[in-house]
Design a protein around this ligand. Structure first.
Ligand code: ADP
Length: 611
């Protein structure tokens, strides 16, 4: 795989835009330089048959599915694990495993080509009681990638054949997409239609994820439209059960529920009439989303990136206090990032050993020494932001920001003109102005066989909160001998702290330390009243368990919905800590230290199943 050229968008729906191919080639080279193991590893435990069905019955069911959909659209996963890298990722498992790599693994992958195919798959799964796991692209790296929670689930790779941009409306600034449309693909289509100067998209740090998958998992981008879920309008959903009429229900939310399909206002007004049902399909396992509407941003008529550095870690709290009123009043306009200085080194893409080979977190004086040699200079924190609009409007806002930020002693505004074209700053500049890029990945090279997993708590934009979260993270990282690399992504009323732990995926001890560190941080944060906004498959039970107000009332509610919509429990069991009846109270929850992810299997079928 190393020698193969990264597929472009012309060659694959999940490919890289031609304009970024050189960056992909460089990134891939760096990643493969750091790999010490082969990509292809034979399966030690053979075909991962899901619980509750014999191997022969499972294989017979797969034959049936092949007959229903066409042989070429169903692939069995019975020989090997094939890893890869961001752009050529597997769709059967997590290539950045936290637990044993054959725990969260699919038995087969199915590629539907239409909503009708998805309905056929749902019917088949209900009949055979086989768990399904839908992915759009499956690049949810740091949160489980494309892996299913339940070993042996059949992955529905929606993106491969359902990847049309159904509409780009340049008057209303909206679009309607199928699951396989990536941020890269959407942007390239806007360029192809000559709309680049008019329309921006809001993209995450890397553009290879799908608009649908990222939005359903409540990902963020870095323009003023940063909150993707808040910016979507309209879903089309296939439900996971079979009705009394022997049909699998499909419905549209918001204005899409109107008899004529609501196409004139579906993407303009998310709510429609009656209960707003979209929320239950985000971070859940209640339905399969086959279409989604999204708002697009008008080009604001000018933009200008800026960057400030701050000298001391103790500047964090006063700086966050300065940021809050500026952000809430929209003087700081985008979801900016406040990153730790160490990330300025790690994002250069070089291995940690280039700077330091000792055990434990890299000592601050070593970090400072190497930072002094960078264009950014030595610093504890870096703020990347952007100002929007015509020059005279920007000038006013930038002056306000400058006079506030300069209240922190030692604060420095870095002049972009002093930065070379390949400086990371310019990647943030692209992303904050609607153009997906390919830089962020580079810090995975910090470790050989670099993998990453995120701790992502949410807090108000307050100095003491930032300080407390940073302190608990630092303590837990030190205990486990890990480098701590925090980035605060500042939303309108809250901030997501994202701390990616970079670890060697082949080092079992390091994986254990990363897991211990994460689990301790989750508990520590919960004790202070902070919760994660999103998490890895392995941590979902623990995180869901922290949202336990009033005797777990929220989970009881989720379980009720799950039982009503998915009585046979076929859709993504365990995702976000929601377990269907067949699995419930059978020890499937992972809280750390388990040797298997499968608990005590599933409840035996009593009498007739639903279909
Ligand atoms: P990305 O497209 O950004 O790579 P994924 O496809 O991995 O992201 O999606 C992230 C998560 O969201 C998946 O693990 C899956 O649980 C859920 N998901 C993604 N697409 C859909 C969909 N179309 N319907 C329902 N759930 C989905």
């Amino acid at each position: 795989m190393h020698k193969m050229r990264t597929p472009t968008l012309a060659e694959a729906h999940s490919g890289i835009p031609e304009r970024l191919l050189h960056k992909a080639t460089d990134a891939k080279g760096l990643i493969y330089d750091g790999k010490t193991v082969q990509d292809d590893i034979p399966l030690e435990r053979g075909l991962p048959v899901p619980q509750g069905i014999s191997k022969s019955a499972f294989l017979a069911a797969i034959d049936e599915l092949r007959t229903l959909l066409g042989k070429e659209h169903v692939q069995l996963n019975d020989t090997q694990i094939s890893n890869g890298w961001y752009m050529e990722h597997p769709n059967t498992h997590d290539m950045m495993p936290l637990l044993d790599s054959e725990e969260f693994i699919a038995s087969a992958v199915v590629y539907p080509g239409s909503v009708d195919d998805v309905k056929i798959i749902v019917k088949w799964a209900n009949k055979n009681l086989i768990p399904l796991f839908p992915i759009s692209i499956g690049r949810n790296l740091g949160y489980g990638g494309s892996a299913p929670r339940v070993r042996g689930s059949v992955t529905i790779d929606l993106g491969r054949r359902m990847n049309r941009i159904l509409n780009i409306n340049a008057d209303d600034f909206t679009c309607l997409v199928e699951p396989g449309v990536t941020f890269y693909a959407l942007h390239e289509e806007i360029v192809r239609r000559g709309l680049e100067d008019k329309i921006w998209i809001d993209t995450p740090d890397l553009g290879g994820g799908s608009v649908v998958g990222n939005t359903l998992d409540r990902g963020v981008g870095y323009t003023p439209y940063g909150d993707h879920w808040a910016c979507h309008s309209g879903l089309e959903v296939v439900l996971p059960s079979v009705g009394d009429d022997n049909e699998v229900p499909v419905f549209r939310t918001g204005m899409g529920a109107l008899g004529v399909g609501g196409e004139n206002t579906w993407q303009c007004f998310p709510y429609g009439f009656g209960p707003f049902s979209d929320g239950i399909f985000s971070q859940s396992n209640f339905g399969i989303v086959t279409k989604m509407g999204m708002t697009l941003m008008p080009n604001p008529g000018g933009h200008e990136s800026f960057m400030y550095t701050f000298q001391n870690e103790s500047d964090l709290a006063p700086l966050i206090e300065i940021i809050r009123p500026l952000r809430i009043s929209n003087i700081l306009e985008n979801v900016a990032q406040l990153r730790h200085g160490l990330q300025t080194l790690s994002v250069k893409g070089q291995p940690r050993t280039k700077y330091y080979s000792g055990k434990g977190p890299m000592p601050p004086d070593i970090v400072s020494k190497h930072l002094r040699e960078t264009k950014t200079g030595d610093c504890a924190w870096v703020y990347y932001g952007m100002s929007y609009g015509p020059q005279h409007i920007r000038a006013h806002k930038l002056a306000l920001i400058d006079s506030e930020f300069q209240k922190i002693p030692g604060c420095k505004k870095i002049d972009p003109a002093t930065l070379p074209a390949d400086e990371y700053f310019w990647s943030r500049d692209k992303i904050a102005s609607g153009t997906p890029d390919m830089e962020e990945l580079k810090w995975v090279n910090w470790m050989p066989n670099g993998a990453h997993i995120a701790f992502s708590p949410v807090s108000p934009i307050r100095g003491p909160d930032a300080e407390r979260l940073f302190a608990l993270a630092r303590k837990r990282h030190e205990e486990q001998g890990l480098d701590v690399m925090p980035a605060f992504c500042v939303g309108l009323r809250e901030m997501h702290l994202i701390i990616e732990i970079v670890y060697d995926a082949t080092d079992a001890d390091m994986r254990k330390r990363a897991e211990r560190c994460l689990r301790d941080m989750i508990d520590d944060a919960a004790a202070f009243g902070y919760g994660e906004y999103r998490t890895h498959l392995a941590l979902m039970d623990q995180v869901a368990g922290t949202y336990n107000w009033n005797d777990n009332a929220l989970m009881k509610f989720n379980n009720k919905i799950k039982d009503a919509l998915d009585p046979n429990g076929i859709l993504a069991p365990g995702r976000c800590g929601i377990w269907p009846k067949r699995y419930r109270n059978r020890g499937w929850e992972l809280k750390g230290g388990e040797t298997s992810s499968e608990g005590d299997g599933v409840a035996p079928v009593v009498g007739e199943t639903k279909i």
